[in-house]
Write a protein that binds this ligand. Structure first.
Ligand code: HOZ
Length: 419
């Protein structure tokens, strides 16, 4: 596959943009390649500037549940273009979005829109601290909650990919407020709460991890987090930036039947445009300014374009619940075609082929994967027109736009891999 235009662009980009990319995971460093520069997308396919076509399993890192350029989302965007793209003032659509979110996710009684998942988790932590009057937070090794200072401790996603254990630039005092524990270990959480009783503001968790690859919660784990936090008076925050509206219409909390105190949502509620949200119990959210003293703000929050695109997608999903059944069966099929010698994790339309014997249940086990072999697999797939996330420690995402033919081609390419 020839990617000479991409390579030229990447050289130009590296002169002016750190690593040539506007987010580190895009740089393809850990897979020994350089990124195709994308020209356009259509349904489940993307096209690079050299005219190469790929089946897309990144989906803008999760939110494109309906694929690229879904007609209902395009129509919603066109309507907004005719009236104005930013007001920094309330609009009717924001109320409709709040109704759509609270209707789908019952634990969210009140919600505030922001511009990204990072803003959502940063704000949720602040609200948890303000509400409880406590400073400490528990997070889990290999989970990633955006690039919030205190949550970058032992984080997954790009940090795991690049081997950056803890980023520079975060004051030690901020890291000292974070307790990082192994995912899926109830004992570790019990111990932390014994050691810091009455001092932990919140436990924040990806209920299904997507940022060390896809790692599901073991039976009883989320229930235990719910029970332990409630017992101590700490809040339970579900980071559903990846799982929201994806693993079920009501997110992982619907799929596993857990009611967190706060939830964070990200790009998925923007249908591909930049947006995020945090919300939860009314008594907690009532403490957010201007109702209460916990301050959080944003000029572009509730931006009309992002809200219109997101609403169109959420309305489509609500009207077509059969999408979720289809995503499950596509997930089954694509995972059945895994290459030899891998351990497969899948929850709904999120999945990862870990290059090891497995099982993969936490960061300790995820990092035993053979990342060099994953890199060879990644390049093999890319050369056959299959676009996966360029890291062993990211999930692959299916959309409703993927076809049986896409899955057949993907499985055939994966089975062909002999590296
Ligand atoms: N949360 C996504 C990665 N797991 C975001 C992608 C990025 O960091 O650019």
């Amino acid at each position: 596959m020839i990617r000479s235009t991409s390579e030229t662009l990447f050289r130009r980009a590296q002169e002016l943009i750190p690593g040539g990319v506007n987010s580190p995971v895009r740089a393809f460093r850990s897979v020994g390649s350089s990124p195709p520069f994308l020209a356009r997308g259509e349904g489940s396919h993307i096209f690079d500037v050299d005219g190469n076509e790929y089946i897309d399993y990144v989906g803008s890192w999760g939110p494109l549940l309906l694929g690229h350029r879904h007609p209902e989302i395009l129509a919603a965007l066109e309507r907004v273009l005719s009236i104005g793209t930013s007001f920094g003032a309330p609009t009717e659509q924001e109320v409709e979005m709040a109704e759509a979110i609270t209707g789908a996710v019952p634990s969210i009684e009140m919600v505030r829109l922001v511009n990204s998942g990072t803003e959502a988790t940063m704000s949720a932590i602040r609200v948890a601290r303000g509400f409880t009057g406590r400073d400490l937070t528990v997070k889990f090794e290999g989970c990633y909650h955006g690039h919030v200072d205190s949550l970058l401790v032992k984080a997954g996603s790009g940090l795991a990919t690049l081997g950056i254990a803890d980023t520079q630039g975060v004051p030690q005092a901020f890291c000292d407020t974070t307790i990082a524990l192994p995912y899926n270990s109830v004992d570790a959480v019990e111990q932390a709460f014994r050691a810091h009783a009455g001092r932990i503001a919140a436990v924040i968790v990806e209920p299904v991890v997507g940022n060390m690859g896809c790692v599901p919660p073991q039976a009883g784990y989320l229930e235990a987090l719910r029970e332990i936090t409630a017992r101590d008076g700490a809040l339970l925050i579900f980071d559903e930036v990846m799982t929201g509206f994806r693993v079920a219409f009501g997110g992982a909390q619907q799929r596993y039947g857990i009611r967190p105190d706060l939830t964070t949502l990200g790009k998925v509620i923007g249908g591909g445009l930049p947006v995020g949200a945090y919300g939860g119990r009314r008594d907690i959210m009532s403490r957010v300014a201007p109702m209460g003293p916990i301050y959080q703000a944003g000029t572009l929050s509730g931006n009309p374009l992002a809200v219109a695109a997101g609403l169109a997608m959420l309305r489509h999903l609500k009207a077509h619940p059969e999408v979720y059944q289809r995503l499950e069966s596509l997930g089954d099929e694509v995972c059945a075609g895994h290459p030899p010698g891998v351990s497969v994790n899948r929850v709904g339309s999120m999945f990862t082929f870990f290059f090891q014997d497995g099982p993969v249940t936490d960061w300790e086990s995820a990092k035993r994967s053979d990342t060099a072999r994953f890199g060879r697999f990644f390049r093999h797939m890319l050369d056959r027109g299959i676009y996966l996330a360029p890291s062993q420690f990211e999930a692959a995402f299916l959309s409703a736009a993927h076809t049986e033919e896409d899955i057949r081609k993907t499985a055939a390419a994966a089975r062909d891999f002999a590296g």
